[in-house]
Design a protein around this ligand. Structure first.
Ligand code: DQA
Length: 142
């Protein structure tokens, strides 16, 4: 089974970006780990990251057409993009929402809302990088 792991804005700077919040694992390392975890679970994982909202929407539209399960960390777009809400609504295969931190426990009010959550079979947050492994495991279990 093919699975897409899609990461939104600023996650390309993982490892350097506020390591006290997001840890020291880089995006390249995360991508490697996800492919490895996927292999062990019998999943063919492809990891992508973009800072361009339209690109993420294109990927989600294609995933809807191709019926591909998605692990999505939409980063800040999670909190305010209604275009992202609409794109997630169109998905046909399961969607798992992931956040490295726990946005609902953070002081900024704007992080407490998620446009992804209503469309996701599960939200995994506050587990660090391991959240991605947990999301893949959930999809592998079906
Ligand atoms: C994040 C949490 C978001 O609030 C934030 O905008 C991010 C990363 C996380 O993985 O914890 O960029 O999605």
């Amino acid at each position: 089974t093919k699975v897409l792991v899609l990461n939104g804005p600023n996650l390309g700077r993982l490892g350097r970006r506020q390591p006290e919040v997001y840890g020291r694992t880089t995006h390249a390392e995360l991508a490697h780990l996800c492919v490895d975890w996927g292999k062990k679970l019998g999943l063919e994982v492809e990891v992508r990251q973009t800072n361009h909202e339209g690109e993420l929407l294109d990927w989600l539209n294609a995933a809807a057409d191709d019926n591909i399960p998605v692990v999505l960390n939409a980063a800040a777009w999670t909190h305010y993009s209604y275009a992202l809400f609409d794109a997630c609504a169109q998905l046909t295969a399961p969607l798992v929402e992931v956040h490295i931190s726990e946005p609902k426990q953070r002081p900024e009010e704007f992080r407490h809302a998620s446009v992804v959550e209503p469309h996701a079979v599960a939200t995994i947050a506050g587990q660090g990088i391991d959240g991605y492994r947990q999301a893949l495991e959930l999809l592998a279990r079906g």
